[in-house]
Every structure is written in structure tokens, then in C-alpha cells.
Design a protein around this ligand. Structure first.
Ligand code: F6P
Length: 366
């Protein structure tokens, strides 16, 4: 029987538990054995009790739970070869040669490095007398399949990452709440949103809440943005709007790549527009809580597809990442998706903002 491991890694995201549930149950459905690796790569390096066999009932109730119930961690040990060799040993001891990882691009890249090194790691384990040639013989290849779990929706080549729609819903709820108090006092609010170097959450929240102005990394604020923002806000006020909402992505920059900060915007709104202005940083509220229905569906469909991808993989198949493109669950080469994502950051760094937009994904390209 094949033994398939599942793990969550990097920042948690709503829907990760749904992904673990789907992977565990599809694995069992396919007559394979399922293992959960607790606390991300940390669990893989520590081994032992951190790698637990999973049964059907072990994931009962997982669908509606936020965060990740099998834990996640940043693991410095796995970034070193020694750590990866120990992880390989722990997997072989448990008989696991396929790993489905739900995480961000960093976690997925780490997994592919692991897959690439796998044969040489096994050689080292045999040479160092940590395992015998007979023990490693059945485990020639490591299968890696990625599921993208992140609130940021920052992986190119997929329309949505697991967690982004839950986070978007939470941001909209929070801004709706801010709206009522802002309207009462005729105040302005500057709301800071997460997303690391990606502006998807901010752009979508801006549209969904009808905010006055947004700042995102992919479209940096151009020279004179202060005047532009003020004139739009004044126009909205002149039309009778009693509140002003400006949303700033945490990665927002200007065209000189200087960070745009909420307090900077607050000062402009206070001093130039004479608005009573407050700053609200939404923080980790955006990442917590129950997953939205969309993320439960996405996680379930993608978890099922991930197990299929493991069972259909050949040694030659490049590691896939499970994506959703135009509402279809599809497989894409993991390394290509990660490489395209990296190119966005490179394009921003090179001040080629149009290319950054196009590379991000189809929604931005529109
Ligand atoms: O990647 C998810 C995310 O929530 C980002 O939006 C944010 O920049 C980062 O993680 C925060 O990381 P931490 O939880 O380690 O502070």
C-alpha cells in the first residue's frame, strides 16, 4: 500500500484543514495509507510522533475549522541539507514516499528542492550507515504535490489560493464595520491590509466595499499621487459622501519603490483635506476564523486532485501544483508557477510595473 503524507506549511490560511481532510480521505478511498506531518517541516525533521497515521475519523469536523489543526511552523533546520537528510530518513522509516504540501510559494519551493535531492540524500544515509541499501531500495523517487494555501493570493498561474476568499470576506466585514462609525462622524479611515507583496486582497476589498482610494504594490503611486487622492476624495465628499475609506496594502510603494504608510496618508487627509482621520490596521484578524464556503470547496476539490496527481506521477513528471484556472481544477508545473511569481517581484524591483501586473495573473492583466 502506498503511504502518502500531508503537511501544512508557512502562514496558516482558512481552508487548510479542508485540504488536509480531503487528502486524508481521498488517500484512504484509494486504498492507500495516510500520514499527517505535524508542525510543517519541523515535524518532518523531528519525525517520530510528529508523523501520525490518519484514519477517516481523525479529520472529522475539519472542514469548518480555521487555521491548520495539524500545525505549521517556520523551520530553519529544513533549509539546510542536514535537516533534509534527517527528514528523508524519517520518511523512509515511516514508509512514506509521497508528500502533499499545502503552503505558500516558499514552502512549495523547499519541497521541490527536497525532491530533487532525494536520491543523493538516500545515498548519504546508506553511506553513513543510518539506513541499509535494502531499506532505501523501495523509495527511489519522492513525489511532491503542492496545494497553494495563503490568504495573499500571490501565486501566479492560479486564480485563487486556498484562504484568499475567506480573508477577503473578513476584510470586507471589517471595513463595513468601520464604515458605520466613519459615516456617523463624517470621518476618514486609512485601513491597512495584509498581502505581503501582493495587492489582490486590497484591490478586491476596494472594489467590494466601494472604498475611495487604494494603494497596491503592483501599481505604485505615481508622482503627484497626493494631489490625485485628495481631488478624488474631495469629489466624493462633494457628492454627499459622509465617510472616506482609503485601503493601503502592507506592501504598497510609490514609483521610487518607497513604502507608502498609513500614517503618511493620515497626515495628508488630516492636514490637506481637514478630515478627522483614524488608522485601522486589520492585522491577523484577516487570516483567522472560519473558512468561507468557497475555500472549503476549493480545498476539497484540490485535495482530491492532489492525491490523484500522486497516484498518476511517474519519475519523469515534474512536481505539480494544483491550481484553479477559469473555474477548473488543473495541474501546473510547480517550479514554473513559483518562477513566474518571482518574476513579479523582479519586475517591480526593475520598475517595470506593467509587466508586474501582467505576470501576477489574469485578473490583474484585465
Ligand atoms: O502570507 C500571509 C501573511 O499573512 C501576509 O499577508 C503577511 O505579510 C504575513 O503572512 C505575516 O506573517 P506573520 O504571521 O509571520 O507575521
Amino acid at each position: 500500500k502506498r503511504r502518502i503524507g500531508v503537511m501544512t506549511s508557512g502562514g496558516d490560511a482558512p481552508g487548510m484543514n479542508g485540504a488536509v481532510r480531503a487528502v486524508v480521505r481521498m488517500t484512504l478511498h484509494e486504498n492507500c495509507e495516510s500520514f499527517a506531518i505535524y508542525e510543517g517541516y519541523d515535524g518532518l525533521v523531528k519525525g517520530g510522533d510528529m508523523i501520525k497515521e490518519m484514519h477517516w475519523e481523525d479529520v472529522r469536523g475539519f472542514l469548518s475549522e480555521g487555521g491548520t489543526l495539524i500545525g505549521t511552523a517556520r523551520c530553519p533546520a529544513f533549509t539546510e541539507r542536514n535537516g533534509r537528510r534527517t527528514a528523508a530518513k524519517n520518511m523512509i522509516v515511516k514508509g512514506i514516499d509521497a508528500l502533499i504540501i499545502c503552503g505558500g510559494d516558499g514552502s512549495l519551493t523547499g519541497a521541490d528542492v527536497f525532491r530533487e535531492e532525494w536520491p543523493s540524500l538516500l545515498d548519504e544515509l546508506v553511506q553513513g550507515n543510518e539506513l541499509t541499501a535494502e531499506q532505501v531500495a523501495p523509495f527511489k523517487h519522492l513525489n511532491i504535490v503542492g496545494l497553494v494555501g495563503s490568504i495573499d493570493n500571490d501565486l501566479s498561474m492560479t486564480d485563487a489560493t486556498i484562504g484568499c476568499y475567506s480573508s477577503l470576506a473578513r476584510i470586507c466585514e471589517a471595513i463595513d464595520s468601520v464604515d458605520t462609525t466613519a459615516t456617523s462622524h463624517q470621518r476618514a479611515f486609512v485601513v491597512e491590509t495584509m498581502g505581503r507583496h501582493c495587492g489582490w486582497l486590497t484591490l478586491m476589498a476596494g472594489v467590494a466595499t466601494g472604498s475611495d482610494f487604494i494603494f497596491i504594490p503592483e501599481k505604485p503611486a505615481e508622482v503627484g499621487w497626493q494631489k490625485n487622492m485628495l481631488s478624488i476624495i474631495k469629489k466624493h465628499r462633494a457628492l454627499g459622501k459622509r465617510k472616506t475609506i482609503v485601503i493601503v496594502a502592507e506592501g504598497a510603494i510609490d514609483t521610487n519603490l518607497n513604502k507608502i504608510t498609513p500614517s503618511q496618508i493620515k497626515d495628508i487627509l488630516t492636514n490637506e483635506a481637514h478630515l478627522d482621520t483614524r488608522v485601522t490596521t486589520l492585522g491577523h484578524v484577516q487570516r483567522g476564523g472560519q473558512p468561507a464556503a468557497y475555500d472549503r470547496l476549493l480545498a476539497t476539490l484540490q485535495g482530491v486532485e492532489a492525491v490523484k496527481a500522486v497516484l498518476e506521477a511517474t519519475p519523469e513528471t515534474p512536481s505539480p501544483v494544483i491550481c484553479i484556472v477559469e473555474n477548473k481544477i488543473v495541474r501546473r508545473p510547480l517550479l514554473e508557477a513559483v518562477a513566474q511569481t518571482k518574476k513579479v517581484a523582479e519586475a517591480i524591483e526593475a520598475k517595470d510595473f506593467d509587466t508586474a501586473m501582467l505576470l501576477r495573473d489574469a485578473e490583474f492583466a484585465e
